[in-house]
Every structure is written in structure tokens, then in C-alpha cells.
Design a protein around this ligand. Structure first.
Ligand code: ZN
Length: 365
């Protein structure tokens, strides 16, 4: 993606954007609550999206997102292929340009059907939960203790896991996997953490960073032209072990996705639900470095993308949903928040810290 181009288009549409991506909401006139300077956040990677904490401006924000994506798409599809005229003169060609290809292999429902078809028995969440190598609590008994069981089972003594109730924060809680003790973190660097249990629920759920971190602030170097170095607790320099990758699917039908997960010769240490319609699996890689984890990631994207795996979620620094926690509501694509009639559970169904490459179907007899 061309960050500078995207940024320029966004500025034309939205006005000033601060270095962290905050800008004035295009629907500010419709806000019914008090305005803050960090209400409206612009994300330019992937599908460019503007998020506003207010809900009354939803339709306007949705419209702005549609315009933003249309203009960026038009600029990127037309702009990049145009030859650059760096030399004048007869017969001088422009520089060769790489052919445009999709970033990730697309989901291929027939490929998933073919793989899932090799699983001869029905696989459901309950069937897995009944056979989990580490006993998982019944859904009605899952809660804060489940999150703690999950973290202390999957991370080593001394490792720290960052937990989030706000997706874009720098982390709201931190658990020591050895002691099972946790703290609530401050947003400001100068403010000390206080002892606290992990949260039982979040407005949009609860997440954890899939790889362990130091737990302190570290400087994150500028990642793109136009951005600046900043302090963070959740970026690559904070990670202490490159252990896991997240496999999730929003596209694959649950029944087929579960069958595929059961057949894969991968060390799947956990399977849980999102509290929505997707099912997540955590795969142990134990890479020596981020480069090595990225290499494994690339192989998994190529092989599992067609089966419906979300290729963007397969990355080294990634938030996943913390099992045992409740999700109170959700935001739609336009950022409009709706509270669920009753909270949904991010349910743990499979926990196997000692997983090797034996497919689950051979373990869960
Ligand atoms: Zn707004």
C-alpha cells in the first residue's frame, strides 16, 4: 500500500490528521455527547476505516468511509501501474513494474469442502470441549478463572501477557503467567500499575496479545513515512518470545472450519470462539525471531488462505480474544455500537499446551 498517497487522500477528505491518526469526526455536528480530541481515529492500512466513539454520527462516518475507500482504490489501481517518465527520448521505456497480484490467496470454498470432506465424523464445539486434553469448564462455568487457566497453561513462568478491553489501547491489564497475578495498567507512562484481577467482560469483548511481552513501555520506531516514533507496550520490540500464530476464519462455515482444524497437522494449543461467529485456533510455532515467525506465517497464508483462514490475522503481533470473557456488544463496519441483548461468551473449547503435530482428530477419539 502507498501510505503517503492514502494519507494525502484522507487529508483532503477529513482535514488535519494528527500523527497518531486522530482527526475531527466528519459527523461532529450530530454528536449528542461531549466531544474529545481523541474521539475519531483513522486507520489507513487494510481497508481504510474511520472509527468514532460516538454512535449518533454513524451514518455520516459510514458515508465518509465509503468515499475514502473509493478514492483510495481509484488512486491505487490507476496510480501504481502508470509508467514513470524519468527519461525523455525516443524508445526509452519506463521502469518495469511488478504485476499486480492479490496480497493473499483468496478463500476457495471448494478447497475447504474437499479438505473438510476427509473428516468422516461431525465436529461441533461441544464434541471438542468433551475431548479437550486439559479439561475446559462448561460454558456456564467459564469466567475470569478460564482466562487465567488459559494464560498460565500456554505461557511459561516469568512470561507476561498483555490483556485489552479497548482494542486500540496500549494494553489495559498484564498477567504474569508464572504466578497468575495480574495488574491493571495506566494509559500514562508515569503512572504505576495496580494489582487487579483480569476483566470478566468488555464492551466489545476482551483480547490478549498472542505473544508474551516485557510489560513495560518501549519506543516503537516510525513504521511508515509520515509517522513518528512513539512509546508503546504492544509492538514488536516489546515481544519476548515468538511463539504463536492465530488462525481464525470469518468466512468459512463453522462446521467445515472445525473439521479442517481437526485435520491439520499443526500444534494447535487452543480453540475458542470469538463470542461472535468466528472460531479461533492458536498454533505454536516457537520461532527464534520475528523473521522466522514471518516465514512460517507466509507458508500458512499460502496453504490456509484458500481454506478460509484470515490471512491478515496470521501475523506476529496480533490480538486474539481471551477465552472465558464476555462480549457485551459490537460495532458494525461504520463504527456504530450495539449492545447485545445478553452478553456472548468467548468460549474455550480446546486446550492442549503439549500439542504436537498430531491432528486433533487423532487425539479426540
Ligand atoms: Zn463521530
Amino acid at each position: 500500500m502507498n501510505f503517503n498517497l492514502r494519507h494525502q487522500i484522507a487529508r483532503e477528505l477529513l482535514g488535519n490528521i494528527d500523527p497518531d491518526g486522530y482527526c475531527q469526526c466528519p459527523g461532529i455536528a450530530q454528536h449528542t455527547g461531549r466531544n474529545g480530541t481523541r474521539d475519531c481515529l483513522l486507520k489507513l492500512d487494510g481497508a481504510p476505516t474511520l472509527y468514532c466513539v460516538h454512535t449518533s454520527c454513524g451514518a455520516t462516518v459510514e458515508g465518509a468511509n465509503a468515499t475514502l475507500r473509493r478514492r483510495i482504490h481509484a488512486a491505487e489501481s490507476g496510480g501504481e501501474a502508470r509508467p514513470v517518465r524519468d527519461f525523455a527520448g525516443d524508445g526509452v521505456a519506463g521502469p518495469p513494474v511488478a504485476p499486480r497480484s492479490p496480497k493473499y490467496p483468496p478463500y476457495d470454498p471448494t478447497a475447504l469442502l474437499a479438505v473438510a470432506g476427509r473428516c468422516r465424523r461431525p465436529v461441533t464445539l461441544d464434541w471438542l470441549a468433551d475431548r479437550s486434553p486439559v479439561v475446559v469448564p462448561l460454558p456456564s462455568l467459564q469466567g475470569q478463572g478460564t482466562g487465567k487457566l488459559f494464560i498460565t497453561s500456554l505461557y511459561a513462568p516469568g512470561e507476561k501477557v498483555l490483556v485489552f478491553t479497548r482494542y486500540f489501547s496500549q494494553g489495559d491489564f498484564l498477567m504474569d503467567a508464572g504466578t497468575g497475578e495480574s495488574v491493571r495498567l495506566a494509559d500514562a507512562r508515569a503512572v504505576a500499575a495496580v494489582p487487579s484481577a483480569l476483566p470478566a467482560a468488555g464492551a466489545e469483548g476482551v483480547w490478549f496479545l498472542t505473544n508474551p511481552v516485557v510489560g513495560d513501555w518501549k519506543i516503537q520506531p516510525a513504521t511508515a513515512p509520515g509517522s513518528t516514533a512513539k512509546w508503546g507496550r504492544r509492538h514488536g520490540a516489546c515481544v519476548t518470545a515468538w511463539r504463536y500464530l492465530l488462525l481464525e476464519s470469518d468466512d468459512a462455515p463453522e462446521e467445515l472450519w472445525l473439521k479442517a482444524l481437526c485435520l491439520l497437522p499443526l500444534p494447535i494449543v487452543s480453540i475458542s470462539t470469538s463470542g461472535g461467529r468466528s472460531v479461533h485456533a492458536l498454533v505454536r510455532v516457537d520461532a527464534a525471531s520475528k523473521l522466522e515467525l514471518d516465514a512460517v506465517r507466509d507458508v500458512l497464508r499460502r496453504t490456509l488462505g484458500p481454506l478460509g483462514a484470515d490471512c491478515a490475522a496470521l501475523s506476529a503481533v496480533r490480538l486474539a480474544r481471551l477465552p472465558g470473557c464476555l462480549r457485551l456488544g459490537k460495532k458494525d463496519a461504520a463504527g456504530k455500537y450495539t449492545r447485545h441483548e445478553s452478553p456472548t461468551l468467548q468460549r474455550l473449547v480446546w486446550l492442549n499446551p503439549a500439542a504436537d503435530e498430531t491432528p486433533i482428530i487423532d487425539l479426540a477419539k
